[in-house]
Design a binder for this molecule. Sequence first.
Ligand SMILES: Nc1ccn([C@@H]2O[C@H](COP(=O)(O)OP(=O)(O)OP(=O)(O)O)[C@@H](O)[C@H]2O)c(=O)n1
Ligand SMILES: C[C@](O)(CO)[C@H](O)COP(=O)(O)O
Length: 373
Amino acid sequence: MPNLTLILLAAGSSTRFELDVKKQWLRVDHKPLWQFVADKCEDTKQFDKIIITSSKEDIEFMKNYSDFTFVEGGSTRGESLQNSLCEVTTEYVLVSDIARSCISKEFLEQIISHIGDSDCIVPYLPVNDTIVYEDKTIDRDKVKRVQTPQLSLTSALKNALKQPQEFTDESSAIVANGGSREFILGDVNAHKLTHLQDLKELSCLAAPSEDTLSGTGFDVHAFDNKGNMYLGGVKIDSEYGFKAHSDGDVAIHALIDALLGAAGMGDIGMMFPDSDEMYKGIDSKELLKRVVAKIYNFGFVIVNVDLTIAAEKPKIGNYKLAMRKILSSILNIEPSRVNIKATTTEKLGFIGRGEGVGAIANANLKYFDWTKI
Ligand SMILES: Nc1ccn([C@@H]2O[C@H](COP(=O)(O)OP(=O)(O)OP(=O)(O)O)[C@@H](O)[C@H]2O)c(=O)n1
Ligand SMILES: C[C@](O)(CO)[C@H](O)COP(=O)(O)O
């Protein structure tokens, strides 16, 4: 095995992709795109270590999927690279964009076979179109479309990145610092996923699995003799509220846990710790909105939810339709896919004694089907 670390840059915000789902979280069968790429690279058995840079909000969730080394990225590709390089101890480092999702084993091996030939080995594609630069047609044979992965001498890359300016690829930084670069022929399959239409160029990506993922949630809150009462996002006509760190909307809390459960994203306490003053008295609809945004960002769509509110008091019947409407608008699904049920506990237990309210929720998710756009 060469003395080599792989850095996969995946901390971008996917802005130009223009969908709720971040491109790194599109599913290829059941794997997120970033894991699909990383597993494929790992299968080559060429790397001492594989580092994945990721944004702060994605990193904890990524750790649930695999054992790669995860490093928090920065606000630019260059910053993300710098952060990852701190973890590199091998003589050479291969850097690639996670967005170059169809790089093949053969292409990786081809690049690695040039190890030591230069400070940086750079794949490129020739340009076949006429190129006009500032209204002047220039010699296209002198123009190259630079790709990743790029193979660098780690010390040369670390030194090059000490320069103050921002570079769009590794080789430009190394050359600007007086280092050497060798171009090798690139691969059309290393096409970068930037815009939606790029998906058409990435034929290695299998459609997402059609699995339905199901989650449950359960929560209880005791009554408090003061405050407002909210249930299912609706203000209830009541002289008392709930004891809670937030507004105590037990139905939304159960729903959040059902959604997080279906997505494999832990629970409400992990996401919004009740030790955090930031969430004191917070409107639970706000918490639900944040969870829903993450669910869509991470490549899921919500199929339906079903909520049961167990309460001796207050009576829920007159509020069910309002709950259905408000929750469906937050979940971004049809009201018909949000079911609200209410029950008593036949005067049994703390609910029966009228000490508080319990709620159970179920949520079903599917993977966002990017093949249908
Ligand atoms: N702060 C950043 C910005 C980008 N990248 C990574 O660098 C690669 C190239 O960036 P690009 O394809 O432009 O991805 P995004 O930055 O996510 O896209 P956009 O510019 O549309 O937001 C991607 O794999 C991206 O995840 C990164 O690790 N850290
Ligand atoms: C490094 C790179 O992939 C080479 O073409 C490219 O510069 C990075 O992509 P970005 O869109 O500029 O972030």
